[in-house]
Design a protein around this ligand. Structure first.
Ligand code: SAH
Length: 209
């Protein structure tokens, strides 16, 4: 489908997608579509995972930040290519399941935290690359721009629920960016803060795959 980066293609080839998906949907694991993972969130479409990974121009020296761990699938693809991946998810129940998958797959270069990723990860900045897997409403959060190295790349969907475009920002100097539109996409929204425990009704907790 036009993705040519062989490191991305081989990371996808060697990552079993079904383990990131609730058992009832296992027969759809290798369809090229987003699927529900609980708490109203989704695992991204494999084609979009590949396009975003390729657009980051990853190498094995990169320190990367992902905002929106979700199932952990995109995180594993990235971690197979970069040096170290930091990933943030605002739903702790989803993060706990993703962390279990990282352990099971013996991926040991991922550090994961439950927090509001719109604030970035101050203690670990700066990052060579940043990927946001939820849609920023008008523009990416300032904290993420600030935590990106000069020369670094950030890939982020921007827009409302109806119209979203995947964008690539390259940081040219402290306050100058080049911006490229990559592809129309449909992501869940990037939301501020972390949910409180009382927001989780028992029957809304995700089913572990
Ligand atoms: N990369 C994921 C796709 C996850 S969907 C995968 O491969 O499965 C987007 C995720 O972003 C959701 O789980 C949502 O809870 C999370 N999210 C939304 N706003 C966030 C924020 N401010 N900080 C961290 N995570 C956020």
């Amino acid at each position: 489908m036009g993705v040519q980066d062989t490191s991305v293609l081989s990371a996808i080839e060697t990552t079993p997608r079904e383990i990131f998906i609730p058992e009832a949907l296992h027969d759809k694991a290798y369809e090229d579509m987003a699927l529900p993972i609980g708490l109203g969130q989704t695992i991204s479409q494999p084609f979009v995972v590949a396009v975003m990974s390729e657009a980051l121009k990853l190498n094995d020296r990169d320190k990367v930040l992902e905002v929106g761990t979700g199932s952990g699938y995109q995180a594993v693809i990235l971690a197979k290519i970069c040096r170290r991946l930091y990933t943030i998810e605002r739903h702790k129940p989803l993060l706990d399941i993703a962390q279990q998958h990282f352990n099971d797959l013996k991926i040991n270069n991922i550090t994961a935290m439950a927090a509001d990723g719109m604030k970035g990860w101050t203690q670990q900045k700066p990052f060579d690359k940043i990927i946001v897997t939820a849609a920023a409403f008008e523009r990416p959060p300032d904290a993420l721009f600030e935590q990106l190295k000069i020369g670094g790349i950030m890939i982020v969907p921007v827009g409302d629920r109806v119209n979203q475009v995947l964008k690539r920002y390259e940081k040219l100097d402290e306050d100058t960016y080049s911006i490229t539109d990559i592809l129309p996409v449909k992501f869940v929204p990037l939301l501020p803060d972390v949910p409180s425990a009382s927001e989780y009704a028992p029957n809304e907790l995700p089913v572990n795959a």
